[in-house]
Design a protein around this ligand. Structure first.
Ligand code: G16
Length: 558
């Protein structure tokens, strides 16, 4: 069977999905990503890999065809492991190797994987597929489906869905529906029922007055999968939330819109009409990131990014834990992109420990699992909250604790149980498998409503250090090697020292660069005491990268 399938895969690969270029492609920050025209053979092979991985894990594996925030001409694929998390890092190497071998090495490579991983091809295999709205996605999805089918996997294609929905479907199915029902309706109903229950709990305690909170949200969907998904979600909550949607498919994906555009440029998306103080959100192309923003009275753009969401969520959860009198190990995970002011606020004001890891949700997710309650958000708006089994068991026990019904501390105990009920409802609202723009929106709205806060009150928690992000195009971005999560440079030699000298010239200066794992660029981040200084520092750092790492075209300016 092994030889027959491998040879059939190679033959089909040569005729229908041949490798048409010599460019190496790597499983990067979030899967494979490249120009869509270069990906036929990669998707076909990943379909095969998913069928193999499914047998190794004895569970359903997910394959999401998307290039998320990238321009519409790009595409890519993210592989989802059984509990809905990103593909195990060891298998990234296997995937990279399989994606890059020559056409006539395909059968030998497949046989090698089967032998090395001791895969029993007689076992059943099952793969779930989803795709984003790119024109290239149906074709690439078919290629992957063909690969899986050739390896005798049962295949379920969910069509156009958000990336986090596919993660949820995989986790739900593999949990025998304990995590949820693995359908779109199951997903919307789980999240929105929790949202409704939480709100009812708050209203029953406090009454309907919600202070400065207003239920109106202006939503930019980046012309991606978020549009149709949010329209469905909004129907479930039309009595509680009012949405005004923009960029829901009438324009080009991610073009001058979406979470990445808004965060990096620190500006409003195009084609969105807002009034001063409207609470606005932008999703990215596959709806796994969200950022909030508004325009203040002087028409100044104000951003509330992933760092703000992390601090809002961490503060609220800590507050509930305090009410419950429960000592759980809670932590926040960030990356080097986190604004220094957010880290300081979380550590010093909220008194919650903060860990810093390499960019990429997979790194944050793993670190967050070390806490009883791990809150992770990248500054770009990608994140979620993880609750350990221990935390869930303890909170459930408190909710069901009847021992205090007759006690004199009934009121206090009632408060504790209500906080426990809220926490459990909150857990149902979170997509614990990965960052999820829809779930994160519901969480933020829940907390703002519970706190009776406007977006300005939320923003007033701390003041961001001015910052700037730039991109430098170089011949080979991998010339830049970072050696730690803070992105100190190991290579090219001497570059870090040059950076340090420059950074030292700016008050509150901090800056770093790293090769992107999703775009063919080196990313530059700079922070300083004023916006003008942050811009200047970023431009200087970008110039140095351009000089020392083989820049193409002109260095970026701001
Ligand atoms: C992906 C990852 C994120 C990462 C982002 C940018 O997001 O899931 O963790 O922050 O890429 O990565 P890089 O700086 O390496 O290009 P998405 O939304 O594009 O899938």
């Amino acid at each position: 069977k092994k030889l027959a399938w491998a040879l059939a895969a190679e033959a089909k690969g040569k005729t229908d999905y041949s490798r048409k270029h010599e460019k190496a492609i790597e499983y990067g920050t979030a899967g494979f990503r490249s120009k869509a025209v270069d990906l036929d053979h990669v998707l076909y092979r990943i379909g095969i890999l998913a069928a193999l991985r499914s047998r190794v894990k004895g569970a359903t594996i997910g394959v999401m065809i998307t290039a998320s925030h990238n321009p519409v001409a790009d595409n890519g694929v993210k592989i989802v492991d059984p509990s809905g998390e990103m593909l195990e890092i060891l298998w990234e190497t296997i995937a990279t190797n399989l994606a890059n071998v020559k056409d006539d090495e395909l059968s030998a490579t497949i046989i090698q994987i089967v032998d090395q991983e001791k895969i029993d091809l007689d076992k059943p295999a099952s793969v779930y597929f989803g795709r984003d709205t790119r024109p290239s996605s149906p074709h690439l999805s078919n290629a992957a489906v063909e690969g899986s089918t050739l390896f005798n996997a049962s295949v379920k294609d969910f069509g156009i869905v958000t990336t986090p929905m596919l993660h949820y479907f995989v986790a739900a199915y593999n949990s025998n529906n304990e995590y949820g029902i693995p359908t779109a309706e199951g997903y919307f109903s789980k999240l929105t029922s929790a949202f409704r229950a939480f709100r009812e709990e708050v209203i029953s305690e406090r009454g309907p007055d919600c202070g400065d909170y207003t239920p109106i949200i202006v939503a930019d969907m980046a012309n991606g999968v978020g549009g149709p998904a949010m329209e469905q979600m909004a129907k479930h909550l039309k009595d509680l939330l009012t949405f005004e949607f923009f960029n829901v498919g009438e324009g080009e994906l991610n073009h001058e819109s979406g979470a990445d555009y808004v965060k990096v440029r620190q500006t409003l998306p195009k084609r969105v009409r807002i009034k001063s103080k409207d609470r606005c959100v932008s999703f990215d192309g596959d709806a796994d990131r969200i950022v909030y923003y508004y325009q203040d009275q002087s028409v100044k753009f104000r951003l509330l990014d992933g760092d703000r969401i992390a601090s809002l969520v961490a503060g609220y959860i800590k507050n509930l834990l305090d009410i419950m009198g429960m000592e759980l190990n809670i932590g926040v995970v960030q990356t080097a992109y986190a604004n220094g002011a957010s880290t300081k606020y979380i550590k010093e004001v909220l008194q919650i420990p903060v860990a810093c890891v390499h960019t990429g949700v997979k790194h944050l997710h793993h670190k967050a699992q070390e806490f009883d309650i791990g809150i992770y958000f990248e500054a770009n708006g990608h994140g979620t909250v993880l609750f350990s089994k221990k935390a869930k068991v303890l909170i459930k026990a408190l909710r069901e604790d009847k021992s205090c019904y007759n006690s004199s501390v009934y009121r206090l105990a009632g408060g504790k149980r209500s906080a426990a009920r809220k926490m459990l409802t909150f857990i149902d609202m979170v997509n614990e498998t990965t960052g999820d723009a829809i779930a994160d929106l519901l969480i933020v709205e829940t907390i703002l409503h519970a706190r009776a806060w406007s977006v300005e009150t939320w923003e007033n928690c701390y003041t961001d250090l001015p910052n700037r992000q730039l991109k430098v195009t170089v011949k080979d971005r991998n010339i830049i090697k970072v050696i730690d999560p803070q992105c100190h440079i190991g290579e090219p030699e001497g570059l870090q020292e040059d950076f340090d000298r420059l950074i030292g010239l700016f008050a509150d200066g901090r800056a770093f660069v790293r090769p992107s794992g999703t775009e063919d660029v080196v990313r530059v981040y700079a922070e300083a005491n004023t916006q003008a200084n942050a811009d200047k520092l970023a431009v200087h750092i970008a110039k140095l990268v351009h000089q020392k790492a083989g820049g193409i075209g002109d260095p970026p300016t701001w």
